[in-house]
Write a protein that binds this ligand. Structure first.
Ligand code: GDP
Ligand code: ZN
Length: 367
């Protein structure tokens, strides 16, 4: 890819007239427009019409940010000051302003206080992935739908593992009933069936992302979209110095169709949001009795002073209902733990890839 000094390159990344107008109104003198491809430890890789730069947020931007949600994220369009010296890897570009976001996915991060962090911005379409092998979990899909709608991106339900489906028609009908205004597509990442139907959402300049619980096949779909075993093999492949695998090292990847795909650790962690599982709603009666437990975080299992166990002993709460509550609570805790472990692994792996990409780029520029 050549980075000739023209606006066509930016248009390929999704630049449009609305952004042009926002840039004209907001950009400080000497800044140029760019899009964030990768973020790692507050260092950003940015594509501009003049090339790709490593960048940091300007002190002023950090200082004036009301919270982490006002810091740059992958997918953001920004106004960036070129590096002071473009030679010999000296200096980094400076992000001065974030242009208004069309959509954003955020998550709460626990710190001194719980803060909102943007995990990806300016996504046009989000594929909500579920599976056909054991029937779609519509309850889980509903939660992801809420998340997608809140973001401002257009949701599309992708039912994967079509090759294992027992009753495609029935499963699709069930999802359509739960989400009547959302397109529902059935695909198989294994044999590629149905992927042509994704094409209408993968148009040039559009940005897509995937959301869904682990195990539904998100990585497999990404691999197929990108055209090689990107996620599974990225960490064992070395940067070859000629940029052959450059796409591997980005969190925003240009697909052959001209659409872009965003895959960040943050997007993967959004699956944790799903771990609520509806146990509390299903057992509202137990929840109400639990308000009188000695401990606020009582699990109604072996804790002393438990009002729920007292209710079972007194015969006012059905023992079998209590058993079923304990069982579901256990399952939910297992699921959360598995998802936590998975998220940590994803985070580590993607961090490693990002780190490598930034190092390689610094080395390149040092030549
Ligand atoms: P992720 O956690 O959502 O990223 O899911 P993965 O892509 O890691 O897939 C989870 C498992 O499902 C892996 O063993 C995949 O090989 C398998 N898998 C993914 N897509 C398909 C599919 O379309 N058909 C079948 N049969 N298996 C699939
Ligand atoms: Zn209790």
């Amino acid at each position: 890819m050549s980075f000739a000094s023209n606006g066509d390159l930016l248009r390929r990344f999704g630049w449009n007239d609305a952004l042009d107008a926002a840039f004209a109104a907001h950009a400080p003198a000497g800044a140029v427009p760019g899009r964030v491809l990768l973020e790692h430890n507050h260092v950003y890789r940015i594509v501009t019409a003049d090339g790709e730069w490593l960048a940091e947020a300007a002190g002023r931007l950090k200082h004036e940010a009301a919270g982490r949600h006002e810091l740059p994220a992958v997918g953001d369009w920004v106004a960036v000051r070129p590096p002071a010296s473009q030679s010999a890897g000296a200096g980094r570009a400076t992000i001065r302003t974030i242009l208004p976001r069309r959509s954003q996915f955020s998550r709460k991060v626990a710190g001194r206080e719980t803060e909102e962090q943007i995990v990806a911005a300016n996504i046009d379409v989000v594929f909500l992935v579920a599976t056909l092998d054991e029937g779609p979990n519509t309850r889980s899909l509903e939660r992801y739908l809420v998340l997608a709608r809140r973001s401002g991106a257009e949701p599309v339900v992708v039912l994967n593992k079509l090759d294992l489906a027992a009753d495609v028609g029935g499963d699709v009908a069930e999802v359509v009933a739960a989400a009547p205004d959302v397109p529902v597509l059935a695909v198989s990442a294994k044999d590629g069936r149905g992927f042509d139907r994704l094409d209408s959402y993968l148009q040039p300049g559009r940005t897509v992302a995937l959301l869904g619980p682990s195990g539904v096949g998100k990585s497999s779909i990404v691999n197929r979209l990108v055209g090689h075993a990107l996620l599974a093999t990225a960490e064992v492949r070395d940067w070859d110095g000629r940029g052959r695998h450059t796409s591997v090292h980005r969190q925003l990847v240009m697909l052959a169709s001209g659409a872009m795909l965003i895959d960040t650790p943050g997007m993967r962690e959004l699956q944790l949001w799903d771990s609520g599982g509806g146990v509390d709603e299903t057992f509202a009666d137990i929840d109400a009795i639990g308000a009188s437990c000695k401990f606020r975080d009582c699990r109604h299992d072996r804790e002393p002073g438990c009002a729920v166990k007292a209710a079972v002993d007194a015969g006012t709460l059905d023992a079998s209902r209590y058993e079923s509550f304990l069982k579901l609570q256990g399952e939910r805790e297992d699921l959360t733990r598995r998802q936590d472990e998975r998220a940590i692994l994803d985070q580590k792996r993607l961090s490693k890839i990002a780190n490598k990409a930034l190092k390689a780029m610094q080395k390149d520029r040092g030549r």
